[in-house]
Design a protein around this ligand. Sequence first.
Ligand SMILES: Nc1ncnc2c1ncn2[C@@H]1O[C@H](COP(=O)(O)OP(=O)(O)OP(=O)(O)O)[C@@H](O)[C@H]1O
Length: 714
Amino acid sequence: MVKSHVKVWVRTRPSAQPFDGLKVQADGKSVAINFPKTSEGGQVHNQLEGLAFKFDGVLDGASQEDVYASCANEVVDSVLAGYNGTMFCYGQTGAGKTYTMSGEAQQYSRRGIIARAIHQIFQEIDARVDRQYTVKVSYLEIYNEVLYDLLADNPALSGELHVLEENHTTFVKGLAVKEVRSQEEALSMFFQGDAVRSISAHALNASSTRSHCIFTLHLEMRPSGESSERAVHAKLNLVDLAGSERTKKTGVTGQALKEANFINKSLTFLEQTVNALSRKEGHVPFRQTKLTSVLRDALGGNCKTVMVANVWGEAAHLEETVSTLRFASRVKLIETDAFVTESNDPSLLVRRYERQIKELKAELAMRDTLSGRGHISYGDLSDAELRELALLVKRFLSGEADVDELPADTLKRVKETFGQMQLAYQALRSELQQELAKEAAQRAAGTASAQDTASGMGPSPADQATVGDDDLERSTGFHVGQAPAGARPMTGTRENDAGPPGTAHSASRPRTPATAGSARPPTSIIDKNAAFLRFKRAIAEGQELNEEVKERQAQLKQARQALKGATFAVNAAKRDIDSLADAVEAKKGAQGTGDSGDVIDDEECQLIQSLKAVKLAYRREFDQVKELRTTLDGCIQSAADAQQALLEAFNGWYAANGGSTTAGMAITEGGADELDPGEEFDRMEMERIMATDPESASFVAAKKQIRRKQHGRR
Ligand SMILES: Nc1ncnc2c1ncn2[C@@H]1O[C@H](COP(=O)(O)OP(=O)(O)OP(=O)(O)O)[C@@H](O)[C@H]1O
């Protein structure tokens, strides 16, 4: 942070009738004013004979070039070094503020500070190959306490700007900040804005500017290339204030009087602000007016600031000159704290983080390989993996897979497993509710038409839907039991009520694998499972596809084993490397570090050669692990594809044979295949029991289980 006082320079406007009581001292920094005597020989000014002021410099009769070199050049250098800078011209109407800041547009030699600053900035940009710059410009006008954007397409309609405060700094919300790529572009922006500035003829100035204007150059600088995501931001505010005037003296009326009142009021607030700052008061009334709000940083914040006090050194303007110099001497007391503002470029930061993630993943993969976990993937599960997991969860729920088979290698897989369980649970609950409702409805209808049934007119018991079917139980792992009389489906607990449409894939919800998703309509799951069995066993297409599934699953198993073997070999090689490296170190230690340290004996030479060989073997094994990992991925996909093909073919066949393609189906991979004719008979028997005498279902089921165990023993 650089603490500095605001630098103040005084510039005198050339005059044909200079006031001889105004003297610039030999040091080039001080001004002395000797007040004239009244006709009666008294003092005109508060009984004072004179006043003396000292500034950073007095520019008397100085050319535009000299003015720039003396007081502007240094600020612009600071801005190019990353500090904010502000230059402002203050003085009475007609004292030469606009001439100093903007100059005379028609004459190049008389161009002002703005044009010269633009030139200096672009000259520096052209000369620096080690830095990249982005330059933007804005042009703000404060006229009668309203903010206007002089670079807006229609500046007259741009009065919707607001000064906002953020982190003790202010900015104008809505002000256009336009990028310029060359000196020409920046200058044409400046001229374009200048052309729409509020100018009107005045008694003291034929082309008086009736507003405060701030032309700002916004710079963003960073080292060339992509090496750094840090960027430095700096602003250069070039401010041309409207001129103060004594309206009684100038006799302005109408619009000019209104403008003068606004100008004087805002300059009075500026003076109050400067007074508070110079006296280091606790409260500084920045917010009293737009001007002080906008100049907040320049006056007491993060900025290097220079003021040019323009004076019109004629006897007629003595009072205004004294007032300007008094104000200037107070401004000189103000301290600012300038510091370089750095920010991070988000796009470059993202690239750096991506690089880091890649490196960390590689590191993790290496560690996993070394610890025998080379097959683990930390990324999102592919659709094939998701389908495989859904099948595994279903097998687990139906009791066909052991809990040890569930993945526990990464948190992602564990979470996904729970997600799949949640999906399966919701689907089952929905199906069961529907089955229960159907059953209850049928029972109610059965009571009502008992007469019809007795006379053989109702549906046969075997045709009725069942609850607690053994196959269902087997496929889900849940015991359904018996629906209580009068059971009704629960409301508001359907699968679809789990969330609004489209939320099923949100981060907090389990992802639905392509073959296992979608809400299921009330169709008999048992019938469809039985049909699936038939399709795989008795239908040629189903048999063929089922064989394919089995073959690919066998390949998958083989690929897993191969990967396991290769991982084991890598670990063995790593262990060999470690022990050989230890042996080499031990040998070196035993030989000591004398002059003969570079000479090695046969044994050490052999150890080193073995180490080299093992390292080579390790590299080979490691490459093989990588290759096998790719093969395994392919096998997972291929097995899932085969399963998918089987399901699709089955659905087609099922629909063609009168089944509903939307009916839910518990895929009992392998398990359902194991139903023998006896079990098939059991299942049919259970269906019949549930239809005729549901209360005996538990009894029958228990018997059946015993039968199954006996069958297993056989
Ligand atoms: N140093 C100077 N050298 C030559 N001409 C000057 C100088 N200073 C001012 N002038 C001339 O004086 C006139 C008034 O100057 P200018 O418009 O810059 O005053 P101002 O302080 O901006 O007034 P206002 O507040 O009314 O806008 C202009 O015609 C300008 O060319």
